[in-house]
Write a protein that binds this ligand. Structure first.
Ligand SMILES: [Zn+2]
Ligand SMILES: [Zn+2]
Length: 285
């Protein structure tokens, strides 16, 4: 082999290694980052959390978005979940959950609040859970769980009986280095007040705004306590509920919170490298 050929082969090998190394370094999922994607599911909620090769899904959008959510997970190569959460049994949160449970390669725990509705959607989720030989549990308030290098802490619901299904929403915080995310589901003012009175650790850099920005959530006291830098509102373009409420948007603007909306921005990706947070949009969806 001539020296020229050897040099060419060596150069090629080095180039390939450089590409692989660049991929490993810049791929946040590999770099110990926490990547949170608020998938645009129209009117509904879905958040995918990825940290150190671990994954968690909080809600799965409405029935109409089941294909979108599964396609997104497939594209990201995410099939194993430590936790799959249905914050509360409303269709815009658990509609796609049966499809995700059936699609998943493995699921550690399925979390839902101990409450029921008599809808086909809810039955479909329970059937999927049963067919995968899983059980549904409600994680107790105050308990912490690992997600790679992140820590999940359960904040709500504090009560056991509510007139409004939204208040059964599982509320949790996720800490990653110095960054924290608060996920509220559709928890309304009543649940917010209970967490405030309990002295729950509500401070967060990112707030998934409760109930799609409806006026029934995000009380002044709650917003002051969370004091977020970013507020994510997950809702459908021109939705029939008028979400988000103009008053809520105004409240966030006055508090100088950066608002990210799935109806306007598409899927929103927030990455924590433990120190800083970076935001990206994924308008493809
Ligand atoms: Zn909802
Ligand atoms: Zn709801």
């Amino acid at each position: 082999m001539s020296r020229r050929v050897i040099t060419k082969i060596l150069t090629t090998i080095i180039a390939i290694f450089a590409i692989i190394l660049t991929f490993i370094i810049t791929d946040p999922v590999h770099a110990g980052a926490l990547v949170v994607t608020f998938i645009d599911v129209g009117q509904g909620d879905t958040a995918l959390l990825q940290c150190d090769g671990r994954a968690m899904l909080i809600d799965a959008g409405p029935n109409a978005a089941a294909k979108t959510v599964v396609a997104f997970l497939t594209e990201k190569g995410v099939a194993a979940f430590d936790y799959v959460v249905g914050t509360h049994p409303h269709e815009d949160h658990i509609g796609g959950l049966d499809a995700v449970i059936n699609y998943a390669g493995s699921i550690g725990e399925v979390w839902m609040p101990y409450t029921q509705t008599h809808t086909r959607t809810f039955e479909d989720v329970l059937d999927a859970v049963e067919s995968r030989k899983l059980t549904v549990t409600q994680p107790p308030v105050g308990k912490t769980y690992p997600l790679g290098d992140s820590t999940i802490t359960i904040l709500g619901p504090i009560g056991q009986n509510y007139a409004e299904l939204n208040n059964y929403s599982i509320v949790l915080r996720v800490d990653h280095g110095g960054n924290s995310f608060i996920f509220t589901g559709d928890a309304e003012n009543l649940s917010e007040d209970e967490m405030l009175r309990a002295g729950s650790p509500l401070n967060g850099d990112v707030l998934k705004v409760g109930h799609h920005g409806s006026s029934t959530a995000t009380s002044d006291a709650f917003l002051i306590k969370v004091d977020p830098t970013y507020a994510v509102i997950s809702c459908g373009k021109g939705n029939q509920y008028g979400h988000p409420d103009a008053e809520t948007v105004n409240k966030l603007e006055v508090a100088r919170v950066t608002i990210l909306r799935t109806d306007l921005d598409g899927s929103v990706v927030i990455t924590s490298d433990k120190g800083k947070l970076s935001v990206a949009q994924d308008t493809k969806r």
